[in-house]
Design a protein. Structure first.
Length: 137
């Protein structure tokens, strides 16, 4: 199973696809098949290295999902802080919260615009991947 993640490094936004190797609660599952032998890598020259390509537009639809706007934690970890409070208006790409896992902070960004309706956790709380940490409508 693969998962799309949005990562900010030194202020630059990257969208990556990662392979999920172990699902929580599935201990004892069979190991994945061994990958096929990789092909010989092509030679790399300095002129062939390109900078990451970042999208100028939104990465997700600009409208809130119908019936609600729960913003999930992107990973299991600790909610460090909120960057917004109830009643604040947010736009696509605005920073909403920070979640820490393995001493690394991940910024949770708005995927759609709206007004913050509810903060669903308290800074310092443990959160699970996919758990709603705030609601924007």
């Amino acid at each position: 199973m693969t998962k799309r993640l949005r990562i900010t490094i030194n202020g630059e936004l990257f969208e990556v696809t990662a392979e999920v190797l172990d699902e929580p609660g599935q201990a004892g599952t069979a190991a994945p098949a061994a990958p096929a032998a990789p092909a010989a890598p092509a030679p790399v020259s300095a002129s062939s290295i390109a900078a990451p390509v970042l999208s100028a537009g939104p990465l997700r639809p600009a409208s809130a999902p119908s019936g609600g706007g729960a913003i999930p934690s992107p990973m299991s970890g600790k909610l460090v802080s909120y960057s917004v409070k109830v009643g604040d208006s947010v736009a696509i790409g605005d920073e909403l919260a920070i979640v820490e896992a393995m001493k690394m902070n991940t910024y949770v960004m708005a995927e759609f615009g709206g007004k913050v309706q509810q903060l669903c956790a308290t800074p310092g709380d443990g959160v699970e991947e996919g758990q709603a940490i705030l609601v924007v409508k």
